[in-house]
Design a protein around this ligand. Structure first.
Ligand code: UDP
Length: 327
């Protein structure tokens, strides 16, 4: 299979919840590029209007401010519903646990209801977090997870697990064509670095570019596998767009694993920063290792990431997104 050009979204109407978030905005943009008509729903809880500002005058793009945890009817036929809406940063879990639970339970139910009403396909963005403190590496889709339901990450992990169960219920009971992506750590331009929203890559960039201490949680030996956003979107749109994947769940992520210390050093090096490392307590339940088994994505989607982390970080640096979003 060649590039994303092998899947056409021409003449298809796609509803994207969380369409002005980091991944949502890239998804809307790519879908428009591929010929789709796009309805972007966002309540701007963590998404930002500026992420889709450049699309707002596109003739096939509509932006609607709405919280999908409340019912919504587009009032027109849609072919595909992509449910991305959710806060996703661990630093937000402490402050907005109820919203997070609602977007992935009530929100998933409401979004599934739209797909059912208009006989559309349904695409849910789940997460590697459903594996919790995993015991198998690289982690395959068949691993059932090890999550602390009562812990600080429980609101996100369990909400996404419930979201998956909602999808499978609609698949089994109503025959809906659902697909579930388990997204592993992704980075790129438009990812927020500010306040509670900041994930590790933009936070380290922001700190490095201001020559401030790089905040390492724990001893920095925990690992993550970082996927560049365009690779991620290519994988997601393959899973959402290819025929014959009804009821499938697929890991989408980069299988190359780095420690957080490796990441910090790469970013310091790339930015020529004089930042020093500063060590802070490890947040509770922060997974020790995270790396996807992408065998299924390779087989079913003909997909694997192409962008090396140093190239991806360089593109992020050039987009200046490590420094522009300070609150
Ligand atoms: N992390 C860190 N310093 C920070 C932010 C994050 O050391 O300022 C670590 C965090 O403890 C975790 C990893 O980086 O082990 C990835 O964190 P992120 O917030 O991106 O999300 P996660 O992968 O935990 O969902």
């Amino acid at each position: 299979m060649s590039g994303l050009s092998d899947i056409s979204y021409d003449n298809r109407t796609v509803l994207v919840t969380g369409g002005s978030g980091f991944l949502g905005s890239w998804m809307c943009e790519t879908l428009l590029h591929k010929g789709a008509e796009v309805i972007c729903l966002d309540n701007y809880a963590s998404g930002r209007p500026e992420n889709t500002e450049h699309l707002k005058n596109h003739p096939k793009f509509t932006r609607i401010v709405h919280d999908i945890s409340k019912p919504y009817d587009p009032g027109r036929a849609v072919d595909l519903v992509c449910h991305l809406a959710s806060r996703a940063s661990p630093l937000e879990f402490e402050h907005y646990p109820i919203q997070i639970l609602k977007s992935n339970t009530l929100g998933t139910m409401n979004a599934l209801g739209i797909a059912r009403k208009y006989e559309a396909r349904f695409f849910f963005t789940s997460t590697s977090e459903i594996y919790g403190e995993a015991a198998i590496f690289p982690t395959p889709e068949t691993y059932r997870g090890n999550v602390n339901t009562l812990g600080i990450r429980g609101c996100y992990d369990e909400a996404k697990r419930a979201g998956e169960a909602f999808c499978m219920a609609y698949f089994r009971q109503h025959g809906l064509d659902v697909r579930i992506a388990r997204i592993f750590n992704t980075y790129g331009p438009r990812m927020r670095s500010d306040g509670h929203y900041g994930r590790v890559v933009p936070r380290f960039f922001d700190q490095a570019m201001h020559n401030e201490p790089i905040t390492i949680f724990g001893d920095g030996t925990q690992t993550r596998s970082f996927c560049y956003v365009t690779d991620q979107i290519t994988g997601l749109l393959r899973l959402a767009g290819l025929p014959g994947l009804k009821g499938e769940v697929v890991n989408i992520g980069n299988p190359v694993e780095y420690t957080i210390l490796d990441l910090a050093k790469m970013i310091i090096d790339l930015t020529g920063s004089s930042s020093q490392l500063s060590y802070h307590p490890m947040p509770p339940d922060d997974p020790t290792r995270r790396v996807p088994d992408i065998t299924k994505a390779r087989e079913k989607l003909g997909w694997e990431p192409k962008v090396d982390i140093r190239d991806g970080l360089m593109m992020m640096k050039e987009s200046n997104s490590g420094s522009v979003h300070r609150s």
